[in-house]
Design a binder for this molecule. Structure first.
Ligand code: SF4
Length: 411
């Protein structure tokens, strides 16, 4: 029921509706069903003269059984399957690189956009918890990022473009599907247990596509994830936190990284526009929308530990004061250095001393395990390397072509 409420609150505007009508001729690109919400798919099937419930059937094939070939969708009539084949497709972004770490971490680099050089990355981090194996997928929302946080590898790449809903949900689709290769269709189950929108980009600056993709994560006909296991992490776009509160009930994380405005202006420059007092107030408003079944019990505070920069005990005491009226869980993240990073990782002792101040003050404060060090798990790092390799390969090809040209002109 809660899922229906979420879906009905999503606004499908006129432009979105325009994309639902089937293409008129073969030259028109096919409609990608992967990123469509249930409401949109229902509308689409109605536009084909079909019953609405077809939407749920197709969603299950696509998102739960990872079937992209309409011919295999056996509970759908042959005539409709043929029609779908002609006008639709189910297409995830192309995987150009994948890396599976010894500790179970998996990482993918996707090319987004036909023939484009735009790359994004997704990382799956397994962790054992009380209930069994938890697998958390960190999903990207933009190619690059405009916010230029000083410790972030993605920020150094600048902003290229927003991802579309199918490019966002496609990351979850590929991660789940990576466990299914040798599993019979009838036995397939989803493997990713948690999603956090905390990869490349600021999700609240790509609001509609992100909300649409997250609604699919929650939808019982798609991934059916618990709203407490789906988290949006923001660097603090205050008006959009309020907008999110109106549209979707998911967990909220804030990339804080500094306990005072002076330091946060330096580390997370968006703080100059939305200073800490405004950010904390908006997080409080987000939690006030609470209901019994809501995901909004507390906010997760993400704090990257930068050696000698934001890891002094004085900073921990400032955090205690800053968060005193905000129900929060704090996650200390040892910095994962990338080439030419201007910071180093805080020592274990410094991180533990920092944690003690927060724990003694009554906060639940955890230290994130560093995972996937052997596959460059720092956000944006692998994309940088793949892009470098691609650039180097292109430069090399150009050089060889020039040499051939010189030899030809001399001969
Ligand atoms: S930390 Fe997040 S918001 Fe900041 S530059 Fe990196 S991707 Fe963007």
């Amino acid at each position: 029921m809660a899922h229906d409420a979420i879906r009905s609150s999503l606004v499908v505007d006129e432009q979105d509706n325009a994309t639902l009508h089937p293409p008129k001729n073969d030259a028109t690109p096919k409609i990608n069903l992967l990123g469509m919400s249930r409401a949109e798919l229902e509308q689409f099937f109605e536009s084909l003269g079909e019953k609405k419930f077809r939407a749920g059937q197709v969603m299950k094939w696509v998102h739960q059984y990872f079937i992209t070939d309409f011919a295999q969708m056996s509970n759908i009539s042959g005539k409709l399957r043929e029609k779908l084949e002609k006008v639709c497709e189910v297409k995830a972004p192309e995987v150009v690189h994948r890396n599976y770490s010894k500790d179970g971490t998996r990482k993918w680099v996707f090319r987004v956009g036909e023939g484009s050089g735009s790359l994004v990355e997704t990382v799956l981090i397994p962790a054992d918890d009380k209930t069994g194996a938890r697998k958390t997928l960190c999903v990207s929302s933009q190619v690059g990022c405009a916010l230029d946080c000083s410790f972030c590898s993605t920020g150094k790449q600048g902003f290229q473009r927003d991802l579309t809903p199918d490019e966002i949900i496609g990351q979850l689709w590929v991660a789940n599907q990576s466990y299914m290769e040798d599993v019979a269709v009838a036995e397939r189950t989803r493997s990713v247990t948690n999603v956090v929108m905390m990869g490349m980009g600021e999700p609240l600056l790509n609001f509609k596509p992100v909300v649409k993709a997250m609604s699919l994560m929650l939808d019982d006909f798609a991934y059916g994830m618990s709203k407490r296991r789906v988290t949006l992490s923001t660097s603090g776009i205050v008006p959009m936190i309020d907008k999110l509160a109106e549209q979707l009930d998911v967990a909220l994380a804030i990339s804080l990284h500094a306990p005072n405005d002076e330091l946060r202006n330096e580390l997370v420059p968006i703080n100059k526009k939305y200073p800490l007092a405004q950010l904390i107030a908006s997080a409080q408003r987000y939690l006030r929308k609470d209901g019994n079944e809501s995901a909004r019990k507390h906010v997760t505070i993400e704090y990257v530990m930068l050696d000698g920069v934001n890891d002094h005990l004085e900073h921990a005491h400032q955090m205690v004061k800053l968060l005193q009226d905000l129900p929060s869980k704090i996650n200390l993240i040892p910095f994962n250095p990338f080439p030419h990073a201007p910071y180093g990782r805080s020592s274990r002792n410094r991180i533990m001393a920092f944690q003690k101040v927060l724990s003694d003050a009554g906060f639940v404060c955890t230290i994130r395990q560093t995972r996937g060090d052997d596959i460059d798990a720092a956000c944006g790092q692998l994309v940088g390397q793949v892009a470098d390799r691609t650039r180097r390969a292109e430069q090399w090809k150009k050089k060889v072509a020039q040499q051939h040209e010189i030899v030809r002109s001399q001969g």
